[in-house]
Design a protein around this ligand. Structure first.
Ligand SMILES: NC(=O)c1ccc[n+]([C@@H]2O[C@H](COP(=O)([O-])OP(=O)(O)OC[C@H]3O[C@@H](n4cnc5c(N)ncnc54)[C@H](O)[C@@H]3O)[C@@H](O)[C@H]2O)c1
Length: 251
């Protein structure tokens, strides 16, 4: 550990840390000196990212966690944070994508599953994290989406869950500011990850054309915003949702 690193001595959890944006967050936090709990329902993926971190000299421990199951996430947060008696940073990022079905055609099962992972999963994680953050304060960064700010046809459950994540973020910030806990949300536009890999090539050019910058953020660019919000540089920031959308929502 190098004392000059911005997360030196801190412990951090990343849910959905085994892939895409979560992986980029876990790697960046670890490069900054944090000990990272890489939580993912995909055990192999969590182990893979944790070993990537260890091999590059960082500190990480993987855990198989289903955020939709409150006992699973509570136990994992307890096991990881219990080692240090506190938790400094939590990135609640685990999520699944939409299924492109119109609201009137989508199944109730898909609605339930999306809400269980993308919204209740954040709620369960935050409640477990609070128990350790109240000791010495901390920073929670919730992964919302541009679709937490605007609607999108064919993604009603996803849009509803992400709007809910922003609501949870604001409510927790109001309650937990007194404990020195900051709670923020990040709202990326479309990012190329396994979550969006099913979009057809022509779909991507259409989507990119809706962005004034003519490009989309990379997982690393999203992670850079997450790390800023998780860092002491953002000590005056809480209760807010931060777009990283290449201008998508500006019109
Ligand atoms: N990719 C995008 O376009 C985009 C845009 C805005 C927001 N987001 C959000 O960013 C987050 C990460 O998405 P990504 O694009 O990196 O996707 P991804 O599929 O690459 O990674 C998501 C990770 O979450 C894990 N996961 C899924 N369900 C889980 C559960 N129940 N418990 C624990 N882990 C679980 C998966 O195994 C996977 O490793 C999601 O919340 C997503 O909604 C993504």
């Amino acid at each position: 550990m190098n004392a000059g690193q911005r997360f030196a001595g801190k412990s951090a959890i990343v849910t959905g840390g085994g892939s895409g944006i979560g992986r980029a967050c876990a790697l960046m936090l670890a490069r900054g000196g944090a000990r990272v709990g890489v939580f993912d329902v995909n055990d192999e993926a969590a182990k893979g990212v944790a070993s990537e971190i260890s091999q590059s000299g960082g500190s990480a421990s993987p855990a198989q966690v289903d955020v939709a199951d409150h006992r699973s996430i509570a136990a994992a947060v307890h096991d990881f944070s219990g080692q240090f008696g506190r938790l400094d940073i939590a990135v609640n990022n685990a999520g699944i994508g939409g299924d492109n079905s119109l609201m009137e055609e989508a199944t109730v099962e898909f609605w339930d599953r999306t809400i269980a992972i993308n919204l209740s999963g954040v709620y369960h994680a935050m409640r477990a994290e609070f128990a350790f953050m109240r000791v010495a304060g901390g920073a929670i960064v919730n992964m919302a989406s541009i679709l937490g700010e605007v609607g999108f046809p064919g993604a009603a459950p996803y849009v509803a869950a992400k709007h809910g994540v922003i609501g949870l973020t604001k409510s927790a910030a109001l309650s937990w500011g007194q404990y020195g806990i900051r709670v923020t949300a990040v709202c990326p536009t479309f990012v190329r990850t396994p979550l969006t890999e099913n979009l057809p090539a022509e779909g991507w050019s259409e989507i990119i054309a809706k962005h004034p910058l003519g490009r989309l953020p990379t997982p690393e660019e999203v992670a850079a915003m997450v790390c800023y919000l998780a860092s002491d540089e953002a000590r005056a920031v809480t209760g807010s949702a931060h777009l990283i959308d290449a201008g998508y929502a500006a019109s």
